[in-house]
Ligand binder design. Structure first.
Ligand SMILES: Nc1ncnc2c1ncn2[C@@H]1O[C@H](COP(=O)(O)OP(=O)(O)O)[C@@H](O)[C@H]1O
Ligand SMILES: [Mg+2]
Length: 301
């Protein structure tokens, strides 16, 4: 049995009367890259802050690297690389001095690892912290999370503010961490950002996990946009009955729709007519993500 890097049971957080988390159950196996996805306000940062012992839950339990929340705080913290969602970096000190200071807090870091990270992210270590742009501050955040080669990385919206080239570098860092057997738990409100690297995707909505799925399966189950042109007009009735079709539009010899799941029935119906062209676009996980919400809403009502 694989052990769990993170486990929560019925985790709850109320901010006064406001909802933070409601009965959140989460299992992150060791060595996995877990994408924690949900829209703004869903409870991602709340979950992460609880796991880091920065705030206390109002209910439920959690373990991080085998320790209950609050147990051996300093030791656990050293095994974690944490990138906060809102990173506040101020002061006149140089980037390298801040990193050296943080490195000491973590019990010392390998200088070569740190330098290599700064190089790859193109971070100027001689710049003063208070002169850095938002994107450069985010780079400092990423370097300090990775530099002590922690067993567990907890990254709250890590790619926000990074330009696309550096997003790519960041994803490489995540892949390397995964290859080295580390666990990465990263949140995002943009599915496509984690879709490339995550093995497991958990969707949080309004303080609850609504779906946890293998990222590959999610890919298969997701929506495809289909566009077919026939040599002659086709009857709409033949297409409406096909399971898994949404937003069907039949106009003369043109059919377009969104398809969820197997294309089998659609292909069999379409094959009865002479076809000119068939276009099936890559599944848009962004939309799949929203179709889960619709399903969750239907189940709830
Ligand atoms: N310090 C706080 N005081 C009151 N409400 C809060 C506080 N922090 C978060 N919340 C509320 O908790 C919910 C979840 O927030 P958060 O965990 O920050 O979501 P996410 O990170 O997914 O965007 C939101 O409705 C938010 O308004
Ligand atoms: Mg957040």
């Amino acid at each position: 049995m694989t052990s769990l890097a993170i486990e929560t049971n019925g985790l709850e957080k109320k901010y006064g009367r406001r909802r933070g988390l409601v009965d959140l159950n989460l299992q992150v196996p060791q060595g996995t890259v877990f994408g924690f996805i949900g829209p703004n306000g869903a409870g991602k940062s709340t979950t992460i802050r609880i796991l880091l012992n920065l705030i206390q839950p109002t209910g439920g339990t959690a373990t991080v690297l085998g320790r209950k929340l609050g147990d051996e705080k300093v030791a656990v913290r050293r095994q974690i690389g944490y990138l906060p969602g809102t990173l506040i970096l101020e002061g006149r000190q140089k980037v390298k001095d801040l990193l050296a200071y943080l490195g000491n807090l973590r019990g010392g870091v390998d200088r070569r690892v740190m330098d290599d990270l700064c190089d790859r992210l193109e971070l100027d270590v001689n710049a003063s912290i208070n002169k850095l742009s938002k994107g450069n501050k985010q780079k400092v955040g990423i370097v300090q999370a990775f530099m002590h080669q922690p067993e567990l990385l907890i990254l709250d919206e890590p790619t926000s503010g990074l330009d696309p080239l550096l997003q790519h570098t960041f994803l490489e860092l995540v892949e390397e961490a995964h290859r080295d057997g580390r666990t990465v738990f990263m949140s995002s409100h943009v599915l496509s950002e984690v879709q490339q690297t995550a093995q497991v995707i958990g969707v949080i909505r309004e303080g609850r996990m609504v779906k946890v799925q293998n990222a590959k399966e999610m890919h298969l189950e997701s929506l495809r946009r289909v566009d077919i042109e026939f040599a002659e007009s086709v009857p709409r009735e033949m297409f409406v009955k096909i399971p898994g079709l949404k937003n069907l539009n039949v106009a003369g010899n043109h059919v377009n729709c969104d398809l969820v799941g197997s294309p089998d029935q659609l292909v069999k119906v379409a094959a009865r007519f002479p076809m000119v062209s068939l276009l099936c676009e890559e599944p848009d996980l962004e939309e799949t993500f929203y179709s889960y919400y619709e399903m969750a809403e239907k189940n709830a009502s």
